[in-house]
Design a binder for this molecule. Structure first.
Ligand code: ADP
Ligand code: MG
Length: 237
């Protein structure tokens, strides 16, 4: 940092940016062009709902944004850094450091407690058991699960399992949270509750987030809404 330069004047890179991203899949004889030229910039701390019908490419977009897939064309920036030409090892490193995922199904480790499921990713990253447990407790308590720390996933309700998955995704304080229909598997009332908790935590932690959902009421709680149209990202409203 230059001496005397106020931090406000320094430009802050976008948390995630897709620039001219194309992604196609070959299926039998044909090629499906899921994304043709997708552009999307997510500012640090900004929450964005991705609302589009099934099969239009929401999961594909999230996988590209989280460096789980390579674009066929274009570039994916994480925290201002171009990633397309990086090695798989480097992409994995960036993903582990900067990106958290929540899926429709919780994918928690069945043999471990709620607390351990949230502490483990932090210990893998090098935190002490104590520090990892403290943060896990803090996150789980924030999500209303302070009384469920020692329960295994099978001893939790669907909504509780999903809240543990949200805590796990945020355990390592990522810059970017990617959630793929995180409440799609829950009944409407539980879905509202879990989505509310997710929204609160996103705003409280200041993580940038892209949340794919079919629920327009829930999408209205995000800072911004986008949809997919013929392989491009379009702002809604
Ligand atoms: P959404 O999440 O919006 O339902 P997806 O991103 O999962 O959409 O899929 C978009 C399209 O791409 C669908 O037509 C799907 O069948 C196709 N697709 C996704 N992944 C693959 C793949 N690995 N191989 C072939 N086709 C795929
Ligand atoms: Mg999907």
């Amino acid at each position: 940092m230059h001496a005397g330069l106020p931090s406000e004047t320094q430009s802050v890179p976008a948390a995630m940016a897709l620039v001219g991203v194309a992604r196609r899949y070959t299926q039998g004889e044909g090629v499906i062009e899921v994304l043709k030229s997708a552009d999307l910039v997510i500012e640090p701390g900004q929450s964005v709902a991705l609302v589009a019908p099934s099969g239009t490419g929401k999961s594909t977009l999230l996988h590209l944004a989280g460096l789980l897939e390579h674009p066929d064309e274009g570039e994916v920036f994480i925290d201002g850094r171009a990633t397309a030409k990086l090695s798989d090892a480097e992409r994995t490193r960036i993903r582990r450091l900067h990106v958290g995922f929540v899926y429709q199904f919780h994918h928690l480790l069945p043999e471990f407690s709620a607390l351990e499921n949230v502490a483990l990713p932090q210990m893998i990253r090098g935190l002490s058991r104590k520090a990892a447990d403290d943060r896990a407790k803090e996150l789980l308590s924030y999500l209303g699960l302070g009384h469920r720390l020692t329960h295994r996933p099978s001893e939790l309700s669907g909504g509780e399992q999903q809240r543990v998955a949200i805590a796990r995704a945020l355990a390592n304080a990522p810059r970017l949270l990617l959630a793929d229909e995180p409440t799609g598997n829950l009944d409407p009332k539980t879905s509202d509750h879990v989505f509310g908790a997710l929204t609160e935590l996103v705003h409280a932690t200041g993580v940038a987030a892209i949340i794919a959902t079919h629920n327009l009421t829930l999408a209205a709680q995000m800072d911004r809404r986008v949809t997919l149209h013929e392989g491009t990202v379009v702002e809604m409203e």
